[in-house]
Design a protein. Structure first.
Lengths: 113, 116
């Protein structure tokens, strides 16, 4: 079946604007992760969703970052008032169960000018 | 907190030769999982191999094998008969068995170049 998809593939925005990044997990996968890959910080965990449980937001770097997952499927990561340090590749992964193997999407490259 | 360290930012290997990528980690836990992921220029992370800490036997997947030294907290990846398609960035990752989230903690990555 289809893998994890993310859109857009690339996003260029101006400092101060809000952006939304979308993740479509593998159908039936209950667990969904967002990670950020940047030159300065490497690959870091942002947020985790599992079924209808409250998400683990412990990795979000500031309150400008938020994410939601509608209907237990599609997830949107929102960054408000973007800053240049937000420039990174944002990766989404899904898993069929809690702590199962994670399958990654191709990521969204965000560039903040 | 757990940390993962990859001390080789870049490595190169001749096609058909063998290369070893290093990874060390720090944890106070006794049960955990370790992974090697490959990230080609397409950016999509692909799981190469996994190792469960309670298993003494080193994991093997075709041309890929690991040398897991639990006491030394070392987890190296050996790629045998290197192929051009192996060129990519490789990440070592740790996952706690007790974590509710199963989040991965990654090393900084090693870029592997394969020379024809």
């Amino acid at each position: 079946g289809a893998g994890v998809s993310q859109s857009p593939s690339n996003k260029v925005t101006e400092k101060g604007k809000d952006v939304e990044l979308r993740c479509d997990p593998i159908s039936g996968h209950t667990a969904l992760y967002w990670y950020r890959q940047s030159l300065g910080q490497g690959l870091e965990f942002l947020i985790y969703f599992q079924g209808n449980s409250a998400p683990d937001k412990s990795g979000l770097p500031s309150d400008r970052f938020s994410a939601e997952r509608t209907g237990g499927s599609v997830s949107t990561l929102t960054i408000q008032r973007t800053q240049q340090e937000d420039s990174a590749v944002y990766l989404c992964a899904s898993s069929s169960r809690e702590r199962g193997e994670q399958f990654f999407g191709p990521g969204t490259r965000l560039t903040v000018l | 907190a757990q940390t993962v360290t990859q001390s080789q930012p870049e490595m190169s290997v001749q096609e058909a030769e063998t290369v070893t990528l290093s990874c060390t980690y720090d944890t106070s836990e006794s049960d955990y999982y370790l992974f090697w992921y490959k990230q080609p220029p397409s950016r999509q992370m692909i799981l190469v191999i996994r190792q469960e800490a309670y298993k003494q036997q080193n994991a093997t997947e075709n041309r890929f094998s690991v040398n897991f030294q639990k006491a030394a907290k070392s987890f190296s990846l050996k790629i045998s008969d290197s192929q051009l398609g192996d060129a990519a960035m490789y990440f070592c990752a740790y996952r706690s068995s007790s974590s509710n989230t199963g989040k991965l903690i990654f090393g900084q990555g090693t870029t592997l170049q394969v020379k024809p």
